[in-house]
Design a protein around this ligand. Structure first.
Ligand SMILES: Nc1ncnc2c1ncn2[C@@H]1O[C@H](COP(=O)(O)OP(=O)(O)OP(=O)(O)O)[C@@H](O)[C@H]1O
Ligand SMILES: Cc1ncc(CO)c(N)n1
Length: 270
């Protein structure tokens, strides 16, 4: 007997349905996985900006994670907005050996701050060391490493790798000819994944969607470079789908509803 692959997201909600838990669960479903969630914070957010953030306590988050892990055969955990150093410590306590994709959410697409200096310190001091792979954008990578904007992306990615995890430094840029993600595997080998950029402003949620897709592909057995390539391809296809959408007054949602694998869902044995 087989069951669907189970992926758990530990992340904040986006009331506009573009990023955070909504993006993660929809992406898991689009790739045929069963998604579970532990909510870290509730945001009042739309395509324009973030109006309010209500953090949940570390105990609230731990209770959700415990409930899921005690009942479901979770194959991979993906984290997004953690919101506080206390919640970050709960993530660090995840069972050893459970693959962990850390999307170190610090800033929303709209520019709103979603992680303060204490959260940055928590990532640097212990969350990254527990992570299997970390997926920052360039701005997040600079905050986590203290590097400067003129530093080569490969060097910044290697500085993150030195803190413990494999790395996919994402390079979304709708105005560039191509988007280039720098990948550093567990052994420190550097590769790049590059695709034509999709010219669109409907890109709210790309980072969450990418990390969620990466988590499913890794848990399905792909190596890091294949998983990053597949996740990058998924996001690009989703962006092509949403490019003509007219949703909201700001940066509209990426179409994480795009479903390439509905007819071939991944499975797991236990
Ligand atoms: N316009 C685009 N065209 C093609 N690929 C893109 C585009 N924008 C982002 N991507 C891809 O999407 C993935 C997520 O990257 P990105 O750098 O946008 O994350 P992010 O900045 O964390 O996202 P968010 O805006 O949700 O915080 C990467 O694989 C990136 O290359
Ligand atoms: C809740 C949440 N998580 C992540 C992001 C990153 O885009 C966001 N805007 N909101």
């Amino acid at each position: 007997m087989s069951s669907p692959l189970v992926a758990l997201t530990v992340a904040g909600t986006d009331s506009g349905g573009a990023a955070g838990v909504a993006a993660d669960l929809t992406t898991f479903a689009a790739l045929g996985a069963h998604g579970a969630c532990a909510v870290t914070a509730v945001t009042a957010q739309d395509t324009v900006g973030v109006r309010r953030v209500v953090p949940l306590s570390a105990d609230d988050v731990r209770a959700q994670i415990d409930a899921v892990l005690e009942d479901l055969p979770v194959a991979v955990v993906k984290t997004g907005m953690l919101g506080s150093a206390e919640v970050a410590a709960v993530v660090t306590d995840l069972p050893p050996g459970l693959p962990l994709v850390v999307d170190p959410v610090l800033v929303a697409t709209s520019g709103a701050e979603l992680g303060d200096a204490a959260v940055v310190a928590a990532y640097r001091d212990h969350v990254l060391a527990r992570g299997t792979v970390v997926t920052p954008n360039f701005d997040e990578a600079l905050r986590l490493t203290g590097a400067g904007p003129a530093d080569p992306r490969e060097d910044v990615a290697l500085a993150l790798h030195a803190l413990g995890p494999a790395v996919v430094l994402t390079g979304g840029d709708a105005e560039a000819p191509t988007c280039r993600d720098v990948v550093v595997d567990a052994r420190g080998r550097v590769r790049t994944v590059e695709h034509a950029a999709v010219p669109t402003t409907n890109d709210h949620g790309t980072g969450c969607t990418f990390a969620a897709a990466l988590a499913v592909h890794l848990a399905s057995g792909a190596d890091l470079i294949d998983a990053a390539t597949a996740a990058h391809t998924f996001v690009a296809a989703a962006l092509r789908t949403s490019a003509d959408w007219r949703l909201g007054r700001g940066r509209g949602p990426v179409a994480h509803t795009f479903t390439p694998a509905r007819h071939n869902p991944p499975t797991q044995e236990k």
